[in-house]
Design a protein. Structure first.
Length: 230
């Protein structure tokens, strides 16, 4: 894959790139650090702010966020962040996360938006994924990622390429088979995510680099044993 611009060991401070109708593409970032940098737009439910054909290797992000971004053909190989990186109302097409990945969470459209705009963003994201062909337009590949902490409930699980040993595909329509009140803590947290996602499947990931790896794995395995998860 060819990239037009390469940055290596660069530090970017307080760079704010706000607004839709742009494509940011063909960048290779190696051992770069972003501090207080934002890539966001808040008024385009079609997510016309696009990051495409980007390779990020061993990148660090501090106090930075992405909001309303469509990521396409992106590879992140090693990502460090001292706190959870929230990807608010973002969409993903052929995005690969691998190596050691710090805390990351895919979340709904920004809660500071007016209710009408939140609903419009959510509808746009659902439409984007409903048109996807899983064989071509998969959303995320996390099969080679080792997470410190992760929650991917705002991405449809059937579009996530995963390692089934530690990454579990949960199905909404199977919840009626089990007594939810009897579930262990991590199993209950996982299925509760269906209350805040529009998707009928999600992936629950056991974070290999977390102190609670064993407990989370047991909880998700419980869901697999009950037939809720694959």
């Amino acid at each position: 894959m060819a990239y037009e611009v390469r940055f290596e060991k660069q530090k970017f401070q307080k760079i704010k790139s706000i607004g839709s109708g742009r494509v940011i593409s063909d960048y290779e970032l190696v051992r770069c650090e972003f501090n207080g940098c934002d890539l966001a737009q808040f008024d385009d439910p079609g997510l016309g702010l696009v990051a495409r054909n980007v390779m990020a290797e061993r990148v660090t992000a501090k106090r930075s966020f992405a909001d309303g971004v469509r990521f396409e053909d992106v590879v992140v190989d090693g990502f460090a962040t001292p706190s959870v990186m929230h990807l608010n109302g973002c969409m993903f097409r052929r995005v690969t996360l691998r190596g050691c990945i710090g805390p990351v969470m895919t979340t709904p459209p920004n809660y500071s938006l007016l209710d009408e705009m939140q609903a419009a963003f959510a509808a746009g994201i659902e439409a984007f994924y409903s048109d996807a062909d899983p064989d071509v337009d998969w959303a995320l590949d996390i099969s080679e990622a080792e997470f410190e902490e992760v929650d991917l409930y705002y991405v449809p699980g059937h579009l996530v390429r995963r390692n089934p040993e530690t990454q579990f595909l949960l199905h909404r329509d199977r919840l009626s088979r089990v007594d939810l009140g009897s579930l262990s803590t991590f199993a209950k947290i996982a299925v509760d995510r269906f209350e805040v996602t529009p998707f009928d499947s999600i992936v629950a990931v056991t974070p290999r680099r977390s102190s609670y790896f064993t407990e989370a794995l047991a909880g998700y395995q419980e869901l697999r044993d009950l037939g809720v998860a694959d």
